[in-house]
Ligand binder design. Structure first.
Ligand code: DP6
Length: 333
């Protein structure tokens, strides 16, 4: 009853922010992402009667069952799994991320996608990609997208039971080999506000939430068109605007949710300035202070050079479109 899996994190080009159903993790709006080749989670999961409680170890640190990481996320997901496969066995999970945890680099996305793959393997569920995505979604919304490589759309769905809310691949990782996303790490501290309770606060208190949700579907269509036509400007401008609209909702939540630090803001200004000077790149940010820069391969060297001299940028990682989540034979225990 043991399996291991690897899943890559993903960054949304059009964001998901707000649930229409918190229990099933169903989004108000469709969204679209790119899976990253450099950031991934490797997880081993075992269910066994030798365990008298769940054990969760992430990057060598054990999280007790009272911690929010367990209660709000993993414990909740394991309840969903136990109900589904009709077991009362406890589990041990050991997970390694090759990037900072909970700092807005989608560790929950890759983490729960890897867990869903391992659950499918252990209990012989024979889920197809849609089924895997639905299962991963019940761990964390953005994990629905990390089942796939390349460019991925999470359909918001309409059914109350969530069976039509899953992610599907729009284009695979080989479709646009020049496309890059440069992750600029500006802080490795864990974020102050977890996305789960924060986005719920936005749903309840931001006066702009309704407009945000309504406008997002159009943005997804524009990004898909931009990808189809390999129109980098259309993808970039739409992605940047989606990010800023999400931030408009975050900033107008009560109390305000502000993920940016000083370096984040300085980078946003710099990217706009460089663009005016002819270096075409766009920024996007998530629930953390990191900046992700969309660009094409031809501009990577110049951008990396500029970023290496930028005060406050701790690390720069150049990502290409990454791969599907998969079972691996190497176990972590
Ligand atoms: C800002 O998927 O972490 O990264 O569904 O509550 O687990 P839960 O939230 P999560 O939210 C991600 C929000 C975001 C935007 C995005 O990835 O689309």
């Amino acid at each position: 009853m043991k399996a291991s899996a690897i899943a890559h994190s993903n960054i949304a080009l059009c964001k998901y922010w707000g649930k229409r159903n918190e229990e099933l993790i169903l989004p108000f709006n469709a969204n679209i992402s790119m899976t990253l080749n450099k950031f991934f989670t490797h997880t081993t999961l075992e269910f066994d009667k030798k365990y008298d409680k769940d054990i969760l170890v992430i990057n060598d640190k054990e999280y007790a069952n009272e911690t929010k990481e367990y209660k709000l996320y993993v414990g909740r997901f394991l309840r969903v799994v136990r109900e589904r496969v009709n077991t009362d066995l406890y589990a041990r999970i050991v997970s390694n991320n090759n990037f900072p945890l909970a700092a807005g680099l989608a560790s929950s996305a890759s983490g729960f996608a890897a867990l869903a793959i391992a659950v499918n393997e252990i209990f012989n569920l024979s889920l197809d990609k849609n089924g895997l995505s639905i299962l991963a979604r019940q761990g964390s919304g953005s994990a629905a997208r990390s089942i796939h490589g390349g460019f991925v759309e999470w359909l918001k769905g309409e059914n109350e039971n969530g069976e039509d809310s899953y992610a599907k691949q729009v284009f695979d990782e080989n479709y646009w080999p020049e496309f890059r996303m440069i992750a600029c790490i500006t802080s490795t501290e864990e974020k102050k506000y977890k996305s789960r309770p924060s986005m719920q606060m936005s749903v309840e208190t931001s006066p702009y939430f309704k407009q945000w949700a309504e406008g997002s579907d159009e943005d997804v269509q524009k990004v898909k068109q931009g990808l189809r036509e390999k129109d980098f400007t259309l993808v970039g401008t739409t992605a940047e605007h989606s990010c800023m609209k999400m931030n408009g909702v975050m900033w107008t939540t009560k109390p305000a949710i502000i993920y940016q630090n000083q370096t984040t803001i300085e980078l946003m200004h710099a990217i706009m300035q460089w663009r005016e000077e002819g270096l075409e790149s766009y920024y996007t940010m998530d629930a953390g202070p990191q900046v992700k820069i969309l660009c094409l391969e031809k501009d990577v060297d110049v951008l990396v050079e500029k970023l290496s001299k930028f005060d406050g940028v701790e690390k720069v990682v150049v990502n290409k479109p990454g791969y599907d989540a998969k079972v691996v034979s190497e176990h972590l225990f």
